[in-house]
Write a protein that binds this ligand. Structure first.
Ligand code: ADP
Ligand code: MG
Length: 319
């Protein structure tokens, strides 16, 4: 598989009054070129800080302790600020959960998307405006020429997210990072936005990193899935393989959390316990305290992410 971005041995820490904790530990992950990779895990497991690290934008007091992130043979963690600035938005774009926090309330959406267009592309004012309206239309905003003049508060959450998507697409990025892009939206709108992202990923020939806490969201949208737990990847495989042959006990747990029409259980299964905060690199498997298969052997030494078959990696000695 050809990768557009390769993360190797990434470690990110946060230091507060009580000491240092590790949000991401020794994480390695490849984002396949021209495909969608779903990054899935419970809240707090380190998905967002991993995404921010790709643009070297980990918020303070977060610190990238070590690792490399390679994009087109450039190490994004060790290149110049100028190089990074030229890549952000132009080659790698990002959208977030809550578009209201990324949109400026005092400017129209047309103004803001056009600003992104003018920043990245050498267009005249008139060309930039026409292209902006085209982008808004492509992002599924009806009556784009009129909506150009709408302020963010005049739009629904779904339309605001579409405006953010239009902005992200402005410079034809190679990679779109979508961090929980539908979490703040109603269920029916969620699937429309996912459909849109899927269509755009294909028609724009982009790669996409789709981040979610909900395995159900990526089941029909991602080509590959990476399951993250407490700062590390615990399983990685093509989507079909993950669903047909899940290996890691945590992946099984997440699957049991997906509501299904065919299940007769009255209550949704949830994985007992919480994601631990890691202050010391653990001796053995971090999932051990919540695991149904765990025993003393799992605590003896670090468990590595290892290949079981082609493209299927898992971090567990019991499966
Ligand atoms: N601003 C912050 N200050 C302190 N710790 C943080 C901050 N942001 C994130 N963290 C730590 O990093 C971990 C991962 O956060 P995050 O990447 O936002 O998780 P996710 O996106 O998977 O919900 C959190 O559990 C927390 O311990
Ligand atoms: Mg997050």
């Amino acid at each position: 598989m050809e990768a557009i971005v390769t993360i190797e041995n990434l470690t990110i820490s946060f230091t507060n009054l009580y000491g240092k904790s590790y949000a991401v530990r020794n994480l390695s992950l490849s984002i396949p070129k021209g495909k969608t990779l779903g990054l899935v895990g419970e809240s707090g497991c380190g998905k967002s800080v991993t995404a921010y690290s790709i643009l070297n934008l980990v918020p303070k007091p977060g610190k990238i302790e070590s690792g490399t992130i390679t994009y087109n043979s450039i190490d994004l963690l060790h290149c110049s600020e100028n190089t990074l600035r030229s890549i952000r938005g132009k080659n790698i774009a990002m959208i977030f959960q809550e578009p209201m926090t990324s949109l400026n309330p005092v400017f129209t959406i047309g103004y803001q998307v056009q600003e992104a267009v003018e920043l990245h592309l050498q267009y005249s004012k008139q060309e930039a405006k026409e292209y902006t309206i085209e982008l808004l239309g492509k992002a599924g905003i009806p009556n784009a020429a009129q909506r150009f003049y709408a302020y963010p508060h005049e739009l629904s959450g779904g339309l605001r997210q579409r405006a953010m998507i239009a902005m992200a697409l402005a410079a034809h990025p190679d990679l779109l990072i979508a961090d929980e892009p539908t979490t703040a939206l109603d269920v029916t709108i969620q699937s429309q936005i996912l459909d849109l992202l899927l269509t755009l990923q294909a028609t724009e020939h982009m790669s996409m990193l789709l981040i979610t806490h909900d395995l159900g969201i990526v089941a029909n949208t991602a080509d590959y899935i990476a399951i993250m737990y407490a700062g590390e990847i615990v399983e990685y495989a093509p989507t079909k393989e993950i669903f047909e042959n899940p290996l890691h006990p945590y992946t099984h747990g997440l699957m049991n959390c997906i509501p299904s029409l065919h299940k007769t259980a009255k209550r949704l299964y949830t994985i007992p316990g919480n994601v631990p905060i890691i202050t010391q690199p653990p001796q053995g498997c971090v999932f051990h305290p919540r695991c149904s298969l765990g025993d003393d052997e799992c605590l003896q030494k670090p468990v590595n992410l290892a290949g079981r078959k082609k493209d299927h990696l898992v971090r567990c000695i019991k499966v």
